[in-house]
Each structure stands twice: as structure tokens, then as C-alpha cells.
Design a binder for this molecule. Structure first.
Ligand code: FAD
Ligand code: NAP
Length: 312
């Protein structure tokens, strides 16, 4: 039986692996369905990880993380986990091919991914002017004009954040009513640097070799089409949470989750199920940053060491 099964090999899973193996656990395996590194490997630039002054691509940034973990004995298996079940006082990790492994403790760090809109040009310019994270990329557009797509709390809150950095923010939403909470809508209206376009849709994200330079937009009330000159577009239309491994055969969740599907944890990354820990973007109130996911992973692993010691 494994001491610890880590599910997901992004910043949270890798940090958990480092701390668990360096902390003395012998049988630790990280199950990752693809190459380790997580969603940040799709980012062309990362410049907000403390202590790393050089701006790197997410892919290059994550390479030494793996080397460092494997040096301390973390084992990695390229497998997709279907489900985690509780059995007596331990866990069964079930894979997509229906094979399984038992573990005394589990850290689930399966993260998530921002939703994409499917608009023409979005894939072409993703990471080259199209972003899904204002905290990560807002600074690249200091004193420039940007647009935000979406009408939920994330789009409105991030528009307000971007207005502090950028010269102008155009918020584009497909309906006249916002999904965001009324208090956030009121805050948005007070921001002089934000222009709101509703009901509008973006028909194309335009650009050239240096990245995004404009949008084609359509007024959904009268059908009029126009163009906007912008340096960047933030697509903030929701987030897919990878919580399927927590889902049980009867439809219930292995541990408590909130209304959005994020796992509820305490400051030790403990869930309400003893021995089950959640780290990174999957947890409730995650700031969705690499540094925070890494911290979560380290905390979860330290909690596992304590848990294994107390249940010996
Ligand atoms: P993830 O990175 O999502 O890793 C989860 C891993 O679990 C993935 O590798 C996935 O393949 C694996 N997995 C999922 N389900 C299963 C399963 N069933 N079985 C096995 N494996 C599974 N943050 C910053 O701090 N700065 C930035 O500049 C920045 N820029 C970003 C740019 C982009 C384009 C994106 C998408 C995100 C960016 N972020 C940035 C956010 C950052 O990438 C995330 O907060 C961070 O990666 C979360 O780490 P995680 O380990 O919790 O999850
Ligand atoms: P969300 O609430 O699902 O809103 C997504 C928005 O994007 C909606 O306005 C939707 O339009 C729009 N949209 C979806 N698909 C689109 C598409 N293909 N093209 C154009 N627009 C599209 O997502 P979220 O803002 O990320 O929030 C997720 C959850 O977290 C919400 O429950 C939210 O309340 C919560 N949250 C809370 C806080 C907070 O409390 N401070 C902060 C952030 C998020 P329609 O409205 O027309 O469907």
C-alpha cells in the first residue's frame, strides 16, 4: 500500500511530492494523466513567481520542478485517475483502465482550466494577447487599452483590477444584465476608465505577428458591426474545475465541496475526510496562482506527514 497517492502533477502536486519525499515518506506516487507541469505550461510568459526574476515560458519554468522532485524519490506514473474511494481507513485510487492502487493518504491536486469562448482568433492568439488571468498578465498591458469578455463576478472584478493598470478597459458582455453580484456591478459603474458594451459579442480577435491588435464586435440589439483597437483581451467566462475524481458512483462527492464544486479545506489543506487533502486550484478560494498552488502542495504534504505519524 502507498503511503501517499498524489493526483495531478501541476505546481501543487509537484510541491506536495517534494515535501512528502524530502519529509521521509517512502512510497509516494504522483499520478498525472499527461506530462507533469500543469496548466501553467500553456502560458508563454510567467513573471510573478517570487525569486525568479527572469521571465520564462510556463513550460521552461516547470522543467526543474520535476527534476527536483524526482531527485528526492517521488515516483511518477502517467495515468488518468477515474475516482478515489474510501475503503475502511484508507483509500482506493481507481484509474481509467479500471486498475487500482491502495493508499494510506491522498492529495488531490487536479486543478482546472479557464473556459474558452471559441471565437475566431482566440486559439491563434492565446498567450499572445488573449489571456484568462488578469492577475497573471495585467501588468503586460500597463498604460495600454484592453478588453474583457464576460459578465460574471470574475469578469467584473478583473475589469476593476485592470482599470488600475491599463489606460482603458472595455467590458464586453452578451446580455444587458450582468450575472455578477449587484454590489460588484455598482463598483464597476464607478470606474471612469471602464467602458461597458452590452449586449455585444466579439466576432473575431484580430492580430499580426506581434499578437492581438484589435477586435471585431457586433451590437446584438441592432446588428451593427464595428472594430476596437486593443492590445489585449481577457476571456473571463468561467472556469472548469477538475473535481471528477471526487465523484462517487452514487453521484455524491467524496468530501465536502462548495456550490461551484471546489473542495472545502482548512488551513492544513485537510478535507472533512481524514487522510484526504486537496491542494491548488481545486480548493475553495484558491487565488489560482502558481505560488499559491505550490504553497498548498507543501502544506498538504506536511499535513500528510503528521497524519501518517498519528495513525501509525
Ligand atoms: P494545475 O496546474 O491545473 O495542474 C493539475 C494537473 O492535474 C494537470 O497537469 C492535469 O493534467 C492533472 N490532472 C487533472 N485531472 C487528472 C486526473 N483525473 N488524473 C490524473 N491527472 C489529472 N499563475 C501565476 O501565478 N502566474 C501566471 O502568470 C499565470 N499564468 C497563467 C496563464 C495561463 C494560460 C493559465 C491557464 C494559467 C496561469 N496561471 C498563472 C495559473 C496557474 O497556472 C495555476 O494557478 C496553477 O497551475 C494551479 O496549479 P495546480 O497544481 O493546482 O493545478
Ligand atoms: P460565471 O458566473 O459563470 O459567468 C460567466 C460569464 O461569462 C457570464 O456572464 C456568461 O454570460 C459569460 N459567458 C459564458 N460563456 C460565454 C461565451 N461563450 N461567450 C461570451 N460570454 C460568455 O463565471 P465566473 O465569473 O468565472 O464566476 C464563477 C463563479 O464564481 C460564480 O458563481 C461567481 O459568482 C463566483 N465568483 C465569486 C466571486 C466573489 O464572490 N467575489 C468572484 C469571482 C467568482 P451569461 O451571463 O449571458 O450566461
Amino acid at each position: 500500500m502507498l503511503d501517499l497517492a498524489i493526483i495531478g502533477g501541476g505546481p501543487a502536486g509537484l510541491s506536495a511530492g517534494l515535501y512528502a519525499t524530502r519529509g521521509g515518506l517512502k512510497e509516494v506516487v504522483m499520478f498525472e494523466k499527461g506530462m507533469p507541469g500543469g496548466q501553467i505550461t500553456s502560458s508563454s510568459e510567467l513573471e510573478n513567481y517570487p525569486g525568479v526574476a527572469e521571465v520564462k515560458s510556463g513550460f521552461d519554468f516547470m522543467i526543474p520542478w520535476q527534476e527536483q522532485c524526482f531527485r528526492f524519490g517521488l515516483k511518477h506514473e502517467m495515468k488518468e485517475v477515474k475516482r478515489v474511494e474510501r475503503k475502511d481507513k484508507h483509500f482506493v485510487v481507481i484509474f481509467n483502465d479500471d486498475s487500482s492502487v491502495e493508499a494510506k493518504s491522498v492529495i488531490v491536486a487536479t486543478g482546472g482550466s479557464p473556459k474558452r469562448s471559441g471565437i475566431n482568433g482566440e486559439d491563434t492568439y492565446w498567450g499572445k494577447g488573449v489571456s484568462s488571468c488578469a492577475t497573471c498578465d495585467g501588468f503586460f498591458y500597463k498604460n495600454k487599452e484592453v478588453a474583457v469578455l464576460g459578465g460574471g463576478d470574475t469578469a467584473l472584478e478583473e475589469s476593476i483590477h485592470l482599470a488600475k493598470i491599463c489606460s482603458k478597459v472595455t467590458l464586453i458582455h452578451r446580455r444587458n444584465e450582468f450575472r455578477a453580484s449587484p454590489v460588484t456591478v455598482e463598483r464597476l459603474k464607478k470606474e471612469s476608465k471602464i467602458e461597458v458594451l452590452t449586449p455585444y459579442e466579439i466576432t473575431e480577435i484580430c492580430g499580426d505577428n506581434s499578437g492581438v491588435n484589435g477586435l471585431k464586435i457586433k451590437n446584438l440589439e441592432n446588428g451593427n458591426q464595428s472594430e476596437l483597437s486593443i492590445a489585449g483581451i481577457f476571456v473571463l467566462i468561467g472556469y472548469n474545475i477538475n473535481n471528477s475524481v471526487l465523484q462517487q458512483t452514487d453521484g455524491s462527492m467524496l468530501c465536502e465541496v462548495n456550490q461551484y464544486g471546489n473542495a472545502k479545506v482548512n488551513l492544513k489543506m485537510e478535507t472533512n475526510v481524514p487522510g484526504l487533502f486537496i491542494a491548488g486550484d481545486l480548493r475553495e478560494d484558491s487565488p489560482k496562482q502558481v505560488v499559491c498552488a505550490a504553497s498548498d502542495g507543501a502544506i498538504a504534504a506536511l499535513s500528510v506527514l503528521e497524519y501518517i505519524e498519528h495513525t501509525k
